[in-house]
Design a protein around this ligand. Sequence first.
Ligand code: SAM
Length: 291
Amino acid sequence: MAERIATPGRTRQIIEANGFSFKKNFGQNFLIDSNILERIAQCAGITKEDCVLEIGPGIGSLTQVLAETAKQVVAVEIDATLIPILSQTLGEYENVEILNQDILKTDIDTIIQEKNGGKPIKVVANLPYYITTPILMDLLEKERHVESITVMVQKEVAERMQAGPGEKEYGALSVAVQYYCDAHLDMIVQPSCFMPRPKVASAVITLKVLPERKVKTADEALFFHIVKCAFGQRRKTLLNSLFNQGNMELSKAELAKILQGLGWDERIRGEALGLAEFAALTDRIAALRTT
Ligand code: SAM
């Protein structure tokens, strides 16, 4: 087996030899614990059949493990100064392709089409924490051909993804993740496993994208619009949030009537609603707007 990139000594050596300096604004905290990397690949269930999209390969620590377990790896890295380093560290792996791009501007559908013949890929990443939510929302809401997403995120964000109605962490991300996926918390990872150490604990979470949505709704775009309104002003009642922010073309009295029709108190807050309730509300509003 090739020498591991993810050890403190080897990582320091690569960084110093290339005069690389960490960029905080790119969320650069590299993993330096090979055991964690092996476990991430296991939790993602990577086999030689899989095409993997990695977001932010850094100096290639996770990419190396993925290259050894998957059929093909496409890794998207925004930092141009890491590209020559990756050519060195991953030079021996013929099944790795590095793209120097911003993942939020990357045409993921074309990658899936060209690299995996349109068949669903797996996403695996130690994510740059400053854009965790936009990355996940893009993968989920745009319904990319993705089978599963195994990612390192802040522990608190992993908790948010799994939270339910009434819990402090429950929010729009919880609803989106639970609408599209089954989520499984794989492990908690301490700051000492990274260089430099992040200030917060991290967690690896696997999201298995479901073939069908957990609830049915008449209008998916309206469903997510309502969810965002409901959590946009957490301290306001659902009625006020929908009326003030919703642009629903409905009067407050009409909205209040919908809530009453669903058997809910007018003072209910959005954070009390689960997936099924958001779907029921969406369908009532959709029906009234089309009449
Ligand atoms: N995978 C490496 C590891 O585990 O050691 C590095 C992970 S580090 C937390 C996040 C990586 O994402 C960095 O290499 C950073 O430069 C890259 N990155 C940050 N923003 C990005 C973006 N918008 N698109 C692609 N890569 C990005």
